[in-house]
Write a protein that binds this ligand. Structure first.
Ligand SMILES: C[S@@+](CC[C@H](N)C(=O)[O-])C[C@H]1O[C@@H](n2cnc3c(N)ncnc32)[C@H](O)[C@@H]1O
Length: 410
């Protein structure tokens, strides 16, 4: 598909001197945050800096982010994929108070690998500010904002960045969002990473959950957990069949006889267990066939599906401002919601067409999938044979004693 025509073609050249290290860092940021070129990235940073200065002088974000930053790439019966910077859509393309649900996964690679401390968290929050303002502008009072965000390790040490918590605090304290409920997406197929801390030095455990912040502009967004029920467990089915003896639980909770009422399914916990293992689906096949890059940071369709079902009605409007491979749009289309997905990197949209060719795949939810998790501390250990890593993992141990013991070495 041809690049959309812009109203102000870029003709002027400037040269910038930088060190090779600065250049390498910048190119890495360009790739991680989905910009096509260093020029696009610099223009974006400039707009953001200018917006901050302009705000003091009364210039509105609506002037800083014109609608033509994002242009229609493809439309369907219910929605549209936009190619470009979603800030253009948030401040000009979309109507104020028009969106029922924003469900998205912003780029988290922006937390730089090479710095320490919480400087990264502040940079991330500053980068996010115009989006936060745009989200407030387009969301209805009854709407919700759902952000799937992975954690990050600080470079060179086994401790975590606070950037996603700082983002949450910023959204609630400075942009007046309410935290409806934090959710966690547990990916049972996550590999034990970072290998250095988990497998080699053995001082941390597998990092297998993403945080999902469910926020809203008012404390009362529309919602119903009845739309997202999980099948009853075997023991609950048994209880419903054979009846329940009302009694006081050891916790002090008085479980009344209403507990034995069949509500069609159980209210799910705020932990979404979904393995993100699909490597040969229709989307991937389409990308491989056409030579398009497969998006490296996709969420599984179950994540947007859950929130779209729980928080919107058919014909409501769903927005994903960091669309990637347009999972959200495809799920919204199947569920009969109107949608807009916006993505900076055109190549990802070429691939996203695979989700709509010829039509989005129906969501097959008739088969129930369950994952089990083994409780820790059930493998017996003799503590004196398994010493704690006293130095906290600051260096690699030459030969872990437990491995010697297991091999029967002296
Ligand atoms: C984590 S990915 C989203 C992946 C998506 N949820 C999926 O499952 O395919 C974040 C995406 O945001 C895009 N992006 C970053 N800044 C953007 C902006 N200002 N406007 C639109 N898209 C942006 C990046 O190119 C990247 O593809």
């Amino acid at each position: 598909m041809a690049r959309p025509k812009v109203s102000n073609p870029k003709k002027a050249f400037v040269s910038i001197r930088m060190t090779s290290e600065e250049r390498a860092e910048m190119e890495e940021m360009v790739e991680q945050s989905g910009f096509r070129t260093v020029s696009d990235y610099l223009r974006h940073l400039h707009r953001q800096a200018k917006e901050t200065t302009d705000r003091g002088s009364g210039v509105e974000s609506r002037d800083a982010y014109p609608a033509d930053l994002a242009q229609t790439y493809h439309s369907t019966r219910l929605g549209a994929m936009l190619w470009g910077d979603s800030l253009g859509h948030l401040f000009n393309g979309a109507d104020e108070s028009s969106v029922d649900l924003i469900v998205t996964s912003p780029p988290f690679g922006l937390v730089r690998k090479k710095t320490y401390g919480n400087e990264d968290a502040h940079l991330y929050c500053d980068w996010f500010r115009p989006f936060a303002e745009g989200f407030r502008r387009v969301l209805k009072d009854s709407g919700s904002l759902v952000i799937d965000i992975g954690g990050a390790w600080k470079a060179g040490q086994p401790t975590r960045s606070l950037y996603h918590f700082e983002l949450l605090l910023m959204l609630c304290e400075q942009y007046d969002f309410h935290l409806c409920q934090e959710h966690y997406w547990w990916n049972p197929s996550k590999l034990p990473t970072p290998a250095e801390w988990v497998n080699v030095r053995r001082v941390r455990v597998k990092d297998a959950v993403n945080c999902i912040w469910w926020l809203s502009p008012t404390p009362w967004p529309k919602a119903s957990n009845r739309r997202v029920l999980a099948p009853y467990s075997a023991s609950m089915r048994d209880l419903l069949k054979n009846g329940y003896q009302a009694k006081l639980r050891p916790s002090g909770h008085d479980i009344s006889s209403k507990f034995g009422k069949d509500n069609g399914g159980s209210v799910p916990p705020n932990l979404l267990a979904v393995a993100n293992t699909e490597s040969n689906g229709a989307y991937q096949d389409y990308c491989r066939r056409h030579g398009y890059p497969i998006h490296p940071a996709r969420f599984p369709e179950e994540v947007p599906e859950y929130f779209i079902r729980m928080l919107t009605d058919p014909e409501d409007l769903v927005l994903d401002p960091f669309a990637g491979s347009c999972v959200t749009g495809a799920v919204a289309e199947v569920l009969g919601r109107r949608w807009v997905c916006c993505e900076l990197n055109e190549e990802y949209l070429h691939g996203a067409m695979g989700r709509f060719d010829p039509a989005p795949n129906a969501l097959n939810r008739s088969k129930s999938v369950s994952y089990s998790i083994q409780p820790p501390c059930r493998v017996p250990v003799t503590e004196k044979d398994v010493p704690l890593v006293e130095h906290g993992g600051i260096k690699r141990d030459p030969k872990p004693r437990i491995a010697q013991d297991l091999r029967g070495e002296p």
